[in-house]
Design a protein. Sequence first.
Length: 637
Amino acid sequence: MLSVGLLFLGIFRNIQAYLLRTNAADKRSRRGNRPGREALLSPTSSLVSSKAAADAVFKSACKERVLLAYTDYNLDITKIVNLFSKYGETVSTVHVSNDAVKNILEIVRWPSMPLIFVKGDCCGGLKELHQLEENGALNEWLKEHQYDLAVIGGGSGGLAAAKEAVHFGKKVICLDFVKPSTMGTTWGLGGTCVNVGCIPKKLMHQAALLGEYIEDAKMFGWEIPEGTIKLNWHQLKNAVQNHIASLNWGYRVQLKEKSVTYMNSYATFTGSHELSVKNKKGKVEKITSDRFLIAVGLRPRFPDVPGVLECCISSDDLFSLSYNPGKTLCVGASYVSLECAGFLRGIGNDVTVMVRSILLRGFDQDMAERIKKHMIERGIKFIPYVPVKYEKLKEPTNDEPGLIRVHTIQKHEDGTEVQVAEDFNTVLMAIGRDALTDDLGLDLVGVDRAKSGKIIGRREQSVSCPYIYAIGDVLNGSPELTPVAIQAGKVLMRRILTGNCELTEYNKVPTTVFTPLEYGSCGLSEDAAIQKYGKENINVYHNVFIPLEYAVTDRKEKTHCYCKLICLKNEQDLVLGLHILTPNAGEIIQGFAIALKFDAKKADFDRLIGIHPTVAENFTMLTLLKEDGQVLKATGC
């Protein structure tokens, strides 16, 4: 056994000595990487004389065309070196310290060493390298291309990544093309959030709130002329669209100032490093790039129901309608459905929500039920029907909505079914959103996708195509939130372009649902905490409260404002999640989210002195445990 061990050690030392040889006098050309080209220098170049830490590995990967990171236990290194020598490539090497291995593997999400980096992108080990060679991708990868990075998608995440990459000296192109909605709606640069999501939604939510504030003003002494308060839809729509147009223009200017090439064209992969881009006039161009970032987001889903495409709109259309939607049916239990139902009711419309499942799937269900109860009290109807047909009775005009008959089936508890039909001016489909990635040519280049169409990644890097990345809603497992996409885009560019080891943290992300009473949350829901840790290990501290500004009004919200902390008992009441239903919930939850990032405990909230009188201070005064079943009652001033 001893002789075998000595023989093994001798072989390894010979291999290691071979790898560390370098010829500093030879400098190879960065161009013309044709298979069979004679190498201009020795096949390896050692970058560090001692074992490297994680940051040294990633920084080296960003600078070298080909980098091999290996440990004391890797014996197939010569095969890797020989493979690249066929392409005239010198393999730069980094001997990784054993202490750094775990950290490196955690960052790239690969199971083992050695790791090969090509132009800064980790492609795995020898097995993966052979696969890339067999399908011709390695040869194409090593060639020179027009761009360092091609970003497909001009939403918040894609734009953030493009600008960050240019900041680090890369040549970048951004390709953005909006396929028309079922109603023919299109929009400018900026993606869903800016054009048909967060921005117009929040503005229309504010419009609804202002109507309520006018009524509140009477209780505070303001003399408001008697008569019906009426909203001018055309003025609201124009104000919203004008603001959006200014943002679209601003993004165009930013890209130009940052020297990002922008094309309003639809991109499709036609080769491993080639895109076919087609503009709205039908002109087609070919471009090539070393790397690709897919940030195309999601689009509304439509069910397979007769008449749905001809009769129903989505959130892609709502904010630019030339007419007030009138009597509206919102189909779906998503946050989009509830938010739209809330502000449409707030501006005076008759609104019904049709659901066949739980509200706000993925959110805290206790909070979801409280939202539903509040919305019902505000006059929004909820019906558990299943739509089976949509029939257009009247076409809309520029000033007036149309008329749509919705045929549904109502199921009773005894199992009987009754067909019901009702007419609405507008039907808003909001049952969810899908990744429309089928037309991008991803199958051609071997990008693995989930059933949803989302791209499966090792973090943001495609699991099957190492030079293709994804961020935002189109990345499988990523929270579908604009700030997440922006953060992911910036952090990813810093990591693959400079070797920064920072990672995007996809947990403990604060979010807000802009229903009439806003719902803000961060961390685990009560349901998820119980499922993960067991009900017996969870403490839920909660209470109701009345915002001071509601105290002298007749608002129904007085009985609905509520907050809770979800804590882990055996970890000194470590706060796992916090939830609040209140006006301005988003402004409140943003600040408290940092407490979860730093693993705050219930005692930390107790020690925090609140600002009085605010609704946020209620998080510092929670003493009632949910399991005790005490009646909740707002106290104090």
